[in-house]
Each structure stands twice: as C-alpha cells, then as structure tokens.
Design a binder for this molecule. Structure first.
Ligand SMILES: C=C1C[C@]23C[C@H]1CC[C@H]2[C@]1(C)CCC[C@@](C)(C(=O)O)[C@H]1[C@@H]3C(=O)O
Ligand SMILES: O=C(O)CCC(=O)C(=O)O
Ligand SMILES: [Fe+2]
Length: 377
C-alpha cells in the first residue's frame, strides 16, 4: 500500500512584480462557517485510504525510571529496539515536567492560533513564524492546518533564545508565551539526550555516540493547529502520509486525537494519553542506523467537530554535520544503505525541490546522484 501513495505536486505560488510569492490567504474560521473545503485542500484518494479502526500499542518508556535504574534502561532499550525496527515509534512519560506545565504550553499555543489573521500574516517569515496551510509555499494539495514555527539550538549559553525568537515574531506582549516555550524547549533538549542514550544502548553502540553527534543540534519547534473540517469526508487531511525527514520528532498532542501510524500494512490510530509524548524516528535517524530503524510513516486526520493542537519538536543535527552510521553498527561486509549527506542538504531538498512524503530520503538520494554525480559516493 505504501508505494501507492503518489508524490505531491510542488506547485509554488506565482510571483508578483517584485518577485515575491503571491500568497492566497485562507481564513479557516469563515471556511468552517460556510462548510466549505476549497479544491486546494483535496488530497488524492490514495492518501486517505481507510483507517483500520484499530489502535496501535506502543512501548511506553518511563524516562525518570530509566535515568536512575540501569536494569530499567536495558529493558526499555530492548522494547524500543523492537518498535523501531517494526515501525519507528514509541511513547515516553515522566519526562520531568508536570501536567500543569503541559497544559500551560497547550494554552499558549491556543492563544497564538486565536490571534487575528492580520496578525498571523504579519508574522510569516522564512522557516519560522506562521503558516496558513503552507499556502505561502504551495498552491495545491494543502494540509488543513496552521503552523507556528521557531528554531532552537541545543546546549547554548543563550538561555533566552526562544523568548527572543517569539519577541521578534510576535512582539514583547508575548513574553509570557516566550517563557513557556523556552522552558518547554529546554525540557525537550534534556529529554532528547536521554532518548539518544536509550537509542544508542538499544543499537549496541557506544552509549554516548548519538548524544555527542547531537550535542550542537539545531532543532525546529512547530506548533500545529488543525481547525475542524465540517466536510471532513471531502478529502481534506491535517497532514498527508509522510515520514519526517528529521532525526527524531518529539510530539505532544492535545486530548483530541487524529494521528495515525502505518504499521502491519494498515493505518492504526494513536490516541493521546495524558502526560505522554510520542517519539517518531525520522529519515535522518534511520540513515544513522543504516536503515535498521524505520522512519515512522504517519498522517493526521481532521475532526469534523473539534479543533486539535499538537507540538512537534523536530530534532536535527547541526546543518553541516555529515549523517553517517557509526562504524560499530555496520556488520563486516554490510553495505551502506544510504550515502553520507549533510542534514542541511536534505532540508533544502524538502523546501525547494520535492514535498515531503513517504519516500523523501530515497528521492533525495536519487536526485542528488543524478544532479551532482560527484556526491553519489
Ligand atoms: C524538513 C522539514 C520539512 C517539514 C519541516 C521540517 C521537519 C518536518 C517536515 C514536515 C512537518 C513533515 C510534514 C509535511 C510538512 C510540509 C508539514 O506539514 O509541515 C513538513 C515540513 C515543512 O516542509 O514545513
Ligand atoms: O499533529 C500531529 O500529531 C503530527 C504532525 C506531524 O506529523 C508533523 O508535523 O510532521
Ligand atoms: Fe510528521
């Protein structure tokens, strides 16, 4: 079924006289009232092929416990290995922030998406700020969602980087939101280190290997808002089927649900659990394991009644780092599944050449070797 998912058209908006993109702005509030789904939001039917109606059961890792108990860590590594080989997803809890704080993060996210469209439009920036259905980048097969994005550098001395980013996007009256997101990203920084240790142990490589590789990681934090879609049987999707090109995604979803994972040859729902985050393996971590761990194929369905919010912390290596699996992971005559690449090159490919889908890494490698033969090592 996977291979039937067609790639998406990369149709950028037309340019105005100044060479700037002519953006079409969609106002989800009025679209909802009118019960309209414009044709730009209709996805080809292979993308919304039927859900199985079943729920996926993922290993749930207690982060507090594995940090302090080596036996708990070894057991967790074993079950995480199995899940990552099968479909590339597991869940974590007890991550060191309390449920009140998680509610605060979701509340700030709600406030941001309730801003008037004019304010959102003023905060559209390259690689950050608002996006309404990615319509500033594409004209067809748009996702039924709005996003708000900012960058986060790991382990820097700058402890106000997020506050400053929010200030420059939204203004100083959003300082409270900035402080909440700063604390959330700091927590994600710490959590990602434990996860990298867990993944290294699960793969049987030096337990600090991935922690070192990601010590100067440059991650992307994205808040997602999926408005209800009263005509949800129309072919609209919050996110079409895709694998994240990044290393790992740490996902916080509100209580609504809609995320589905492709495993056992079917689409399975992953309903939210309180105080639990989802970890998805992305293409770049798959490459760092020489293809042993699967990049998780997932999609987001929209509800016809309620809005949904989620936060995706996309963890990436520094842009110029070479993505290459550790030698100890490669069996004696084991062939390399993917050639070395720089994360920034894969990222640029997703922004300029090909829309993200279920086969992004393969298309990137094929594109690179056909357009720059010297890179095909
Ligand atoms: C490499 C990237 C492309 C996306 C942003 C980063 C990390 C994940 C990607 C994305 C979220 C995967 C789903 C589709 C996408 C277009 C989206 O819905 O936002 C992707 C991102 C993007 O191009 O903005
Ligand atoms: O909202 C979600 O649950 C997942 C979003 C997602 O897959 C993405 O942004 O890449
Ligand atoms: Fe995703």
């Amino acid at each position: 079924m996977e291979s039937n998912i067609p790639s998406l058209p990369f149709c950028p908006p037309p340019k105005d006289q100044k060479g700037e993109n002519k953006i079409q702005f969609f106002d989800f509030t009025s679209l909802q009232k009118e019960g309209k789904v414009p044709k730009e939001f209709i996805w080809p039917s292979e993308n919304w092929v039927k859900s199985s109606g079943e729920i996926i059961k993922l290993p749930l890792i207690d982060i507090g416990a594995i940090k302090s108990d080596e036996a708990a860590m070894s057991y967790a590594a074993e079950i995480v290995r199995k899940a990552c080989i099968e479909h590339g997803a597991f869940e974590v809890t007890n991550i060191g922030v309390d449920s009140d704080f998680i509610n605060d993060v979701l509340q700030e996210t709600n406030n941001i998406f309730k801003l008037p469209l004019s304010k959102k439009i003023s905060a559209i920036a390259k690689d950050s700020g608002f996006s309404v259905a990615h319509a500033e980048r594409y004209t067809t097969v748009l996702p039924w969602k709005e996003t708000f994005t900012f960058m986060f550098k790991h382990n820097t001395k700058n402890d106000t980087q997020v506050v400053d980013a929010i200030d420059s996007l939204l203004g100083e009256e959003f300082q409270q939101a900035g402080l909440v997101y700063q604390k959330y990203c700091n927590a994600m920084n710490e959590l990602s280190e434990v996860i990298m240790e867990l993944l290294a142990i699960s793969l049987g490589v030096d337990r600090k290997h991935y922690q070192r590789f990601f010590e100067d990681a440059e991650s992307m934090m994205r808040c997602n808002f999926y408005p209800p879609c009263s005509a949800s049987l129309s072919g609209a999707l919050g996110n079409g089927p895709h694998c994240d090109p990044i290393s790992i995604t740490i996902l916080l979803q509100d209580q609504v649900g809609g995320l589905e994972i492709f495993a056992d040859n079917k689409w399975l729902a992953l309903p939210p659990k309180p105080n639990t985050l989802v970890i998805n393996i992305g293409d770049t971590f798959m490459a760092l394991t020489n293809g042993l761990y699967k990049s998780c194929l997932h999609r987001v369905l929209v509800s016809n009644k309620v809005e949904r919010k989620s936060l995706t912390f996309f963890m990436n290596p520094r842009g110029d780092k070479i993505v290459s699996p550790p030698k100890e992971l490669l069996g004696k005559d084991e062939a390399r599944k993917y050639p070395d690449y720089k994360w920034l090159d894969l990222y640029k490919f997703t922004q300029k050449t090909r829309r993200v889908d279920a086969k992004t890494l393969d298309s990137f490698i094929a594109w690179r070797s056909s357009s720059q033969p010297s890179n095909s090592n």
